[in-house]
Ligand binder design. Sequence first.
Ligand SMILES: [Zn+2]
Length: 125
Amino acid sequence: MLYTKVKLKDGSVVRAGIQANNTYAVCGECGKEIPIHLNEVFSADNADPLDADIVCPECTRKHFAKQKPSMEDIVLLATAICRLGYSKQILRLYDKFGISAIQELRTQDYGAYAEALLSAVSDRN
Ligand SMILES: [Zn+2]
């Protein structure tokens, strides 16, 4: 079993086992706690899984409400969601939108695709 070890002020040591469903990150914008699926984060193709810059779905939605997503935004969003461990959900969305790569997405579908990506993340919480 992997675990984290933290020494408290009183000198006692707390060990907490790292499991599939007990690891969290904090949104870089609002500070909300987001569950992270470590197994998938480490099996995904991440340059550095411990250095993921994480923004919660709500903050990302607010951002896209102000400014329509571009292909670059979609790619960044899909990459970020992959890093959070949702690669299977992203592949399912490819089928739903009838594409085999994000670049095949039509401009008019960008908004719907971004929303579908964010919903895939929210549903699993
Ligand atoms: Zn947030």
